[in-house]
Design a protein around this ligand. Structure first.
Ligand code: ADP
Ligand code: MG
Length: 140
């Protein structure tokens, strides 16, 4: 499997509880390199655009409100099979179903406030990285 990049977000529940470093340690222990990172407070428009794929879902309005409730840390992760590797270390969307040792099992508060976002395919990763980062900001 080739070296890939994927987009990661440390969500407002994680920044609020000062878990940026603890989560980054788990990502790095999983073999992922943080090749770009910045802290942002998303606007409603930015959050709605980022999660546009979910706009018909019942939880969309709540999800947007949550994602703008505090700062986030957006990151590009690089490594072998990075998209799948990150999804593995994140754990299931609902922390009640997340495996032992995963970020969501360790830190998530709920199915909504689940600490991290990770791209779900190589194609979406490319789009999501470009949503937040200029090429010059990603340093492999
Ligand atoms: P994932 O983040 O694991 O890829 P989804 O893409 O399905 O999950 O959903 C995006 C985000 O929307 C989730 O991470 C979570 O914050 C929120 N979410 C998903 N399902 C629900 C739900 N049933 N109720 C509330 N929030 C949800
Ligand atoms: Mg998703």
């Amino acid at each position: 499997m080739a070296v890939e990049r994927t987009l990661s977000i440390l969500k407002p529940d994680a920044t609020r509880r000062n878990l940026t470093g603890a989560i980054n340690a788990k990502l790095e222990e999983a073999g992922l390199r943080i090749v770009a990172q910045k802290r942002l407070h998303l606007t409603r428009g930015q959050a709605e655009a980022f999660y546009a794929v979910h706009r018909e879902r019942g939880f969309f309005a709540d999800l947007v409100a949550f994602m703008i409730s505090g700062p986030v840390v957006v990151q590009v992760l690089e490594g072998e099979n990075a998209v799948a590797r990150n999804r593995e270390v994140m754990g299931a969307t609902n922390p009640a179903n997340a495996a032992e040792g995963t970020i969501r099992r360790a830190f998530a508060e709920s199915i909504e406030a689940n600490s991290v976002h990770g791209s779900d395919s190589a194609e979406n990763a490319t789009q999501e990285v470009a949503f937040f980062f200029a090429g010059i900001e990603v340093v492999g």
